[in-house]
Design a binder for this molecule. Structure first.
Ligand code: NAD
Length: 504
């Protein structure tokens, strides 16, 4: 899909209609009690739609619909070819509606349209397509036994899955979870983040059009402590797949313990390092990766490489190059294809990031690029990039997830010290290493305690590679790749005792 102009995006925005009701059993219906939440455009600070604030009763209705659909078997026991055809149709419908969906996502979240277009016209449908194509290529196993038995090892859908989503990649995170959950035959209840519910509701409409049976996909927008909590505590939900903060992930373990011990898959926060060893060439490509690693999506990214750990001998050169590039980032209207950084998702979130910036200065970090003060005077929750030098590992801004456009440089005296600092974290989601020496690169990759290590380029991999965290960044669950299926399937052994037949 080619990028349109700001005016084209505005025209699409003007023509959008917003569905804000809950989606249960194949229909949009009003939420119990009729409570609504305002949806605010973070670029203007103005409400532009209202969305149902789902209550425990809505979660009950959605789980009941999901259970009925699961038992009925129209999806859970359907032929693999049928599930594949429906998911491929859904992927095509998303491609066909990508322009509207991208504008919707941009208005709702403040994400730059360029990123929304890439995610929604390519990554979201490709994810669904990848899992659709896996459906009729996944086999069970036969265990080795004597002739007196046949032992089958099969995998079955776990049942009703609750999906809890964050606001930073609303539709992409939905696809990472719905692809494998639906491919495996599960029924799903999605609770989108309260800041960004609109694209999930539109997805439900497209799923129905693609032929997904009623009740297999239900969407209940609402507040975390109301709808999210009710889903976590529900006795008839078999598994939860959660993406969000470590703080809330911890609550889901409690919800499981306090209810039916449902399986909990957690993808959570991070404080990821970006390591530049002394032999790395500080090329424009490297600088581009460093800036993307810290500022992509305004730093509102779980794998943001905010801790940039740089060989002391290269620190000043790196700082000057990275600051120059960060200064050139375009902060502005998310609907403008030239925009690199949109606003923070809410004014409260911007205030939280500003508190961290203040703490950094207070703790003695040297601010080499302060956030542009002019942005504070315009409507919306804009915040420009900030770069700090001389971070030390004990500072709050070097330890806690900021989730905003802040890059901090920590100077080190060699790979061992870089590793010690990189691994000295409660988190373990991602790391990047730049070096020309393959032995050093692999040494670092083996020693870094995290789920993804990127060598000589900031990347989260692609749909074929699992994504998830060590330590407090995640549970053993993974999104993406064939590994993601494990969240939605359970393993069954069928042991068949055999007698030798009397032949002849
Ligand atoms: P959050 O934890 O505040 O919210 C996530 C979801 O949990 C939302 O749907 C929210 O409504 C719900 N929730 C909030 N409080 C709840 C409660 N008391 N009970 C039940 N549900 C509740 O996270 P966020 O602010 O939406 O997203 C940012 C976080 O997500 C960051 O920490 C980021 O690192 C993480 N994240 C992780 C990944 C990953 O794959 N590891 C990807 C994206 C974002």
């Amino acid at each position: 899909m080619t990028l349109a102009t700001t005016a084209d995006h505005r025209a699409i925005a003007a023509g959008l209609s917003f569905e804000g009701r809950v989606f249960i059993a194949g229909r949009f219906v009003a939420a119990a009690g009729g409570e609504m939440m305002e949806t605010v455009n973070p670029a203007t600070g103005e409400a532009f739609a209202s969305v149902a604030s789902g209550q425990a009763k809505d979660i009950d209705r959605a789980v009941a619909a999901a259970r009925t659909a699961f038992r009925d078997g129209a999806w859970s026991r359907s032929a693999p070819e049928r599930r594949k055809a429906v998911l491929l149709r859904l992927a095509d419908l998303i491609r066909a509606n990508a322009a509207e969906l991208a504008v919707l996502e941009s208005l709702d979240s403040g994400k730059p349209i360029r990123d929304c277009v890439k995610e929604i016209s390519i990554e979201v449908p490709d994810t669904l397509q990848w899992y659709a194509e896996l459906i009729d290529k996944s086999f069970g196993k036969v265990a080795p036994t004597g002739e007196d038995a046949l032992a089958l090892i099969t995998r079955e859908p776990i049942g009703v899955v609750g999906v809890i989503l964050p606001w930073n990649f609303p539709l992409l995170m939905a696809a990472w979870k719905l692809g494998p959950a639906l491919a495996s035959g599960c029924s799903v209840v999605v609770k989108p983040a309260e800041q960004t519910s609109l694209s999930a509701l539109k997805l439900a409409e497209l799923a129905a059009e693609a032929g997904l049976p009623d009740g297999v996909l239900n969407i209940v927008p609402g507040l975390g402590e109301t709808a999210g909590r009710a889903l976590g505590l529900h006795p008839d939900v078999d598994a939860i797949s959660f993406t969000g903060s470590t703080e809330v992930g911890r609550l889901f373990l409690r919800y499981a313990a306090d209810s039916n011990l449902k399986a909990i898959g957690l993808e959570m926060g991070g404080k990821s390092p970006f390591i530049i060893l002394d032999d790395a060439d500080l090329t424009p490509e490297l600088i581009e990766h460093a800036v993307t690693a810290a500022f992509w999506n305004g730093g509102q990214n779980c794998s943001a490489n905010m801790r940039q750990i740089v060989a002391r001998s290269r620190q000043e050169e790196f700082l000057s190059l990275v600051t120059e590039r960060a200064r050139a980032l375009v902060v502005g209207d998310p609907l403008d294809p030239a925009t690199d950084l949109g606003p923070m998702v809410t004014a409260e979130h911007r205030a939280r990031v500003l508190d961290f910036i203040e703490m950094g200065t207070g703790d003695g970090a040297r601010c080499v690029l302060p956030a542009d003060p002019a942005l504070a005077t315009r409507p919306g929750s804009f915040l420009g990039p900030t770069v700090f030098a001389e971070l030390s590992p004990g500072m709050t801004i070097a330890r806690e997830e900021i989730f905003g456009p802040v890059l901090g440089v920590l100077p080190v005296d060699g790979p061992e010290q870089a590793l010690t600092i990189a691994n000295d974290s409660a988190y373990g989601l991602h790391a990047t290493v730049f070096t020309r020496d393959i032995d050093r690169a692999l040494f670092m990759a083996r020693r870094l305690a995290c789920g993804t290590v990127a060598i000589n380029g900031f990347t989260e991999g692609d749909i074929k590679t699992p994504f998830g965290g060590y330590r407090q960044s995640g549970s053993l669950a993974r999104d993406k790749g064939t590994e993601a299926m494990a969240q939605y399937l359970q393993t069954k052994t069928s042991w068949i005792s055999l007698k030798s037949p009397a032949i002849g």
